[in-house]
Design a protein around this ligand. Sequence first.
Ligand SMILES: Cc1cc2nc3c(=O)[nH]c(=O)nc-3n(C[C@H](O)[C@H](O)[C@H](O)COP(=O)(O)OP(=O)(O)OC[C@H]3O[C@@H](n4cnc5c(N)ncnc54)[C@H](O)[C@@H]3O)c2cc1C
Length: 382
Amino acid sequence: MQDKSFLNWPFFDDRHRAIAQGIESWCAANLPVDEADLDKACRDLVQKLGRDGWLKHTAPDHEAAAPLDVRTLCLIRETLARHDALADFAFAMQGLGAGPISLFGNAAQRQWLARTRSGTAIAAFALTEQRSGSDVANIAMTAGRDGDSYILDGEKTWISNGGIANLYVVFARTGEAPGARGISAFIVPGGAPGFSVAERLDVMSPHPLARIAFDGVRVPANAMIGAPGEGFKIAMATLDVFRATVAAAALGFARRALQETLKRARSRRLFDGTLADLQLVQGAIAEMALDIDATALLVYRAAWAKDSGAPRVTREASMAKLFATERAQRVIDKAVQLHGGDGVRRGHIVERLYRDIRALRIYEGASEVQKVVIARQILAGG
Ligand SMILES: Cc1cc2nc3c(=O)[nH]c(=O)nc-3n(C[C@H](O)[C@H](O)[C@H](O)COP(=O)(O)OP(=O)(O)OC[C@H]3O[C@@H](n4cnc5c(N)ncnc54)[C@H](O)[C@@H]3O)c2cc1C
């Protein structure tokens, strides 16, 4: 039985409790999906999440000014991740991919949100390049002005939904200034002439991922989100919002690991008793529960702060992401340990969680980067 007592914390309203219950029922009815064909599985997940109204939480209504509710995003991600990493991925990328449009797009650009919210367009966020992952301000891809158009040239890598997305938000150098102030954000449709998938990338927790190439891709000047040179700011503000949701996904993985461990500890018989009778095992369980509750407090503090009107939650979101992903790895490692041989058996749920959590400590800012961000905020008096 999943512990839901955290839903009574003051961070939440009744509507959040209703959403938590609704997504739990949805997961029970719809997950897991057949992942034999990964691309198809993701398309199906996006379609179903859209059909049943969940994706409307990933972006505001294109005609309404209502902001994103980060607590809702976190509750949904936490629950999806507890059931199925791929479902969480499919949901999350609709939010991150459409995020720059949700936060900074004009009325015409926001038309895309009707499609990402209904699941009829799959979204991707294309920032990383081969030579600039953590060092984001160093991107080399260019967007040159040509009359009423921009021409995009270069490559992006590690792009989630690369190859299946209908909509890419692409960050490219427009040259207003060196470094971070010379980058702009563009909307590029998946089938644009000159766009191609250079390589599909296979990772330990599989999801659609690719290196994508732009060879003279022409987009109208009004495909630019925000003003020239604002791309870095747009990327960082988007990550600010969605970083707490990565932490929520890690929390979901950790909760599942504890849930599986409790089941195992109560049922596994050894030394004339159960695993749960052993005090060292109880100690491990206590540490897992503590890591989970502390994580949840940080995740929902960051989400609540954003929803309460804080313009930026850089410190809170970085703390949540760093703590949640590192501690979830630790919780899951304990779960693997307490499952004995079964814990490392391919296909076992804790073996899968062990692989699912790993990349979260690297993407959307590696743990070391989060530490730098937090320290800068603290040193600046934030
Ligand atoms: C599964 C997956 C999905 C992804 N999806 C997307 C996506 O949809 N869109 C997108 O744009 N990108 C995506 N990425 C890219 C991701 O954001 C980058 O991998 C990440 O930013 C790290 O960049 P890098 O891989 O180039 O590593 P590097 O920048 O080379 O860093 C390597 C390591 O160096 C250490 N390090 C980095 N900076 C510092 C520092 N300041 N101090 C100390 N140590 C440091 C960290 O341990 C880091 O992991 C994805 C990556 C993965 C693995």
